[in-house]
Design a protein around this ligand. Structure first.
Ligand SMILES: [Zn+2]
Length: 217
């Protein structure tokens, strides 16, 4: 899809949803024009020298911030490694740092995810888990949905005996605007299968990830 991002002005990229409706994706030039509008609305002059290249930079930044829309987490997880030599203990990946953006204010959510799962014959490369976090984080998000999506994707594709995801993050919409509360960390979790139902497995996971720390994004 990358090539289509450079579609000529006014010709957007068409995305057909499952229900058959077609959403036209705005062109890069339209996105840059929208940034110029916001600069003017904020009270500055988009034609001022220091701001001339800003719309282009913002749009390129958006390509990074929202790269998750271009990746398919199910596909990322599809290649699992089945050779486990009978390993059936908890696998935990701690402190996977991510940057996301809140869907209410489009400002950063900075934090980290901890993932644990109980394998059922199949395991997965740790870099894949980190990429699944990014695939969901690099979208417009709320922390609760991000947490559930990571856990559900691992559960559906890897089919482990259990999965747990704990996400700790600080929301810049809380720290830089509105109530201006700094140092506020939010913790969300989703536990499935044996990590939800077996208290000793759950305790083991929670002790491995340690006490949640606060991220001051
Ligand atoms: Zn927000």
């Amino acid at each position: 899809m990358e090539g289509d991002l450079n579609a000529p002005d006014g010709i957007g990229l068409e995305d057909r949803a499952e229900d058959g409706t077609v959403a036209v994706r705005p062109s890069r030039a339209e996105a840059e024009a929208a940034v110029r509008t916001l600069i003017g609305w904020a009270g500055d002059d988009p034609d001022r020298e220091g701001l001339l290249d800003t719309p282009g930079r913002v749009v390129r930044s958006y390509e990074e911030f929202f790269a998750g829309y271009e990746s398919d987490p199910t596909e990322l997880l599809a290649r699992t490694f089945e050779e486990t030599d009978g390993y059936d203990e908890l696998v935990v990946l701690r402190e996977i740092r991510f940057e996301s953006h809140c869907e209410h204010h489009m400002v950063p959510i900075i934090g980290c995810a901890h993932i644990g799962y109980m394998p059922d014959r199949r395991v997965i490369g740790i870099s894949k888990l980190a990429r699944v976090v990014d695939a969901f984080a690099k979208r417009l998000q709320i922390q609760e949905k991000l947490t559930a999506q990571i856990a559900n994707a691992i559960n559906e594709v890897l089919k482990p005996k259990g999965v747990a995801v704990v996400v700790e993050a600080s929301h810049q919409c809380m720290t830089t605007r509105g109530v201006h509360k700094s140092g506020v960390g939010m913790v969300t979790s989703r536990m499935l299968g044996s990590l939800r139902d077996d208290p000793s497995t759950r305790r083991e996971f929670l002790s491995i990830i340690g006490s949640p720390t606060t991220y001051n994004g």
